[in-house]
Design a protein around this ligand. Sequence first.
Ligand SMILES: [Mg+2]
Length: 392
Amino acid sequence: MLGDFDTDYTVKKWRRSGLKLLILGYIVLKNGKQKGVCLNTRKIIHIDADCFYAAIEMRDDPSLTNIPFAVGGSPSGRGVLTTCNYPARAFGVRSAMPTAQALRLCPQLKVGPVNMMKYREASKEMRRIFEKFTDLIEPLSLDEAYLDVSHSDLYQGSATHMAQTIRAEIREKLGITVSAGVSSNKFIAKVASDWNKPDGLKVVTPEEIDLFSAALPVKLIPGVGKVTAHKLERLGFQTCADLREADRNKLVRRFGSFGATLVERAWGRDDRAVNPARNRKSISVENTYAEDLENGHACFEKLSDLLVDLMLRIDKANAKNVVQKAFVKIKFNDFSSTTVEKAGTTARISDYRELLAEGLARKPLPVRLLGIGVRIETAGAEQLELHIPEGL
Ligand SMILES: [Mg+2]
């Protein structure tokens, strides 16, 4: 009846609403966790193939599997190794080592040529496997990528299970092995993929990050090369735990903005997103010569070697189709330098000859360093152009 105040009904209604709120709260929390709303609950997989170029060659010719084998340039042409297999590594042979030096360390080393077409095809196949799990893929090179699988519901959202499946599928379809690192950020996932290499998997849960990162040597932080590692060690920082004690301002004064990054990494923190549009702005190679190049002829002679190295890097970054400009950098023996650029090129030797001639004409001096490179198209550059007019 209207106007009647049914107390019992009101109580029941309140009880029902309370229950609804509880259920709603649970759903929000659960979804939040699944969708990786919070940085700590992101699920990042870093995949890295084991001795990629060499692995592809060993797959196609199994007689190479158990002998020291590398892919790279010939020792006579001052060639450099791009990748070597594990039996070769046992002799101290490493990628980026001059072939002649590698052969001194391991005279029985077999060196095969680089077959970039095959590696690119394998890279595309790997990519197709990644795409079954997520759209958020950030390739770092032909054989290395970050995957953000926070939004994937496959395997009840288990990133570990997904990483295992990716590894198994690549092994089955491509006949090579990859290692995977799983964690809640890019830095820890990348370090983890190297942990049980080759053919390994390492998972570092958000709860484990603190202990895992504390014990890491500073040289394992990406971006810390030999020089920086040496500087840090001289300052008394061997591990990330040591770095945590550091005066942040002092590190920033010493290493610029990378100093602040170092402190973040020391705590196992990295809030960079997996960015499918991320691209480098340029790729280049350069060489400082033991003896100055006295004239133009000597400089032109160096161009083809530099171009071979540059092409390898462009291929490794999968950037051949996004080249926009070529440039040459020259450092003269008075330590002044100049850069000459040309747009609308695919980085041909003729472009570099032209640019070099133009640069050399700027100063009649011997040359101590030569570099060549390409500027590449980036998603970031478009963004920048959009933002500039707003600021004006
Ligand atoms: Mg690799």
